[in-house]
Design a protein around this ligand. Structure first.
Ligand code: ATP
Length: 287
């Protein structure tokens, strides 16, 4: 039982600025911080912290060893991460005093992943394993097709939303996870949601699992005082994929994912805010 996560690995460059830069303006930042980011990396951290054997399938560029060291420290297996002669994916994030931001993302090595790399990574996987994927890399459709042919559960986070990518991956998906905005975008593009298992996350309200074959399941969010909701969705999805992979029934898996992301939003940051399994157990025992 393992979670194979075909996912982005980014370096987040976060600049605290006095105001968001205007066109043509040169601005001095007040502060700078660098950290591990990317939906894929966040989801792998969540899956590993939830106790799954997590194999990350991804790519970085040269001179980014600290990124791998950080992922490894979270317990993520990196044997399927390639080092390519392309810049590591990165995000330039400007944050103003009102916490408003603007973000430029360079996908870099994330979009240089090939179908051959995904094929090689999935060569030993089988029906007891899961493939998790998002829209921040290349080779999603090929990887999803291989995983489905191998009988794996394919969990797809349709984010960032891109209808072309979604249509290519959907035929191979077992569980589609979206937030409310993505679900609305898919409904607008297709007229309806697909007749497969779907989870729609609804922020502080909770999350709903809709299935063509069983009753819908609504999991209310735990009541917490959020300080930073960045990465809540990634935390939910990575935890859920791990919980299902470890054999939890869907209600227990949803409850665990909900508790993990509730705790995560009470802390600053994305990956570094994801709680350990022991912290989640302690939270669940009191809620
Ligand atoms: P993001 O883009 O910020 O990563 P998202 O839009 O993909 O998030 P959300 O629907 O906002 O995802 O959140 C995912 C899950 O996290 C929710 O279904 C809920 O369980 C939990 N969550 C999010 N915000 C809160 C909150 N304020 N309080 C408690 N739980 C929350």
């Amino acid at each position: 039982m393992a979670v194979y996560n075909l996912g982005s690995i980014n370096i987040d460059h976060v600049y605290r600025v006095p105001h968001l830069p205007a066109p043509g303006e040169t601005l001095s930042a007040l502060d700078y911080a660098q950290g591990l980011g990317g939906k894929g990396a966040n989801q792998s951290v969540a899956a590993a912290r939830a106790g799954a054997m997590c194999h990350h399938i991804g790519a970085i560029g040269p001179n980014s060893d600290w990124v791998l060291a950080e992922m490894q420290a979270y317990g993520i297996d990196l044997r399927y991460v390639s080092v390519l002669p392309v810049a590591t994916g990165h995000a330039i994030i400007n944050v103003d005093p009102q916490a408003e931001n603007n973000i430029v993302i360079f996908p870099g090595a994330n979009r240089a992943l090939t179908a051959d790399m995904a094929t090689a990574a999935l060569a030993g996987a089988g029906p007891a394993d899961s493939l998790l994927l998002q829209n921040e890399t290349s080779a999603q459709a090929e990887a999803a097709a291989i995983a489905a042919a191998r009988g794996m559960r394919v969990v797809y986070s349709a984010a960032p939303f891109d209808i072309g990518a979604v249509r290519a991956v959907l035929p191979h998906v077992s569980l589609l996870v979206m937030n409310e905005v993505e679900a609305e975008q898919l409904r607008a593009a297709q007229g309806a949601l697909p007749q497969i298992d779907c989870i729609i996350t609804k922020g502080a309200q909770g999350a709903e699992w809709i299935s063509a074959v069983s009753e819908p399941l609504f999991m209310p969010a735990f009541k917490v005082m959020p300080v930073d909701t960045t990465g809540a969705g990634d935390t939910f999805i990575g935890t859920l994929a791990a919980a299902l992979d470890l054999g939890l029934p869907r209600e227990a898996a949803m409850r665990r994912a909900s508790a993990t992301s509730a705790l995560q939003v009470t802390r600053l940051g994305a990956a570094q805010a994801i709680p350990t399994a022991a912290e989640v157990e302690a939270f669940l025992s009191t809620h």
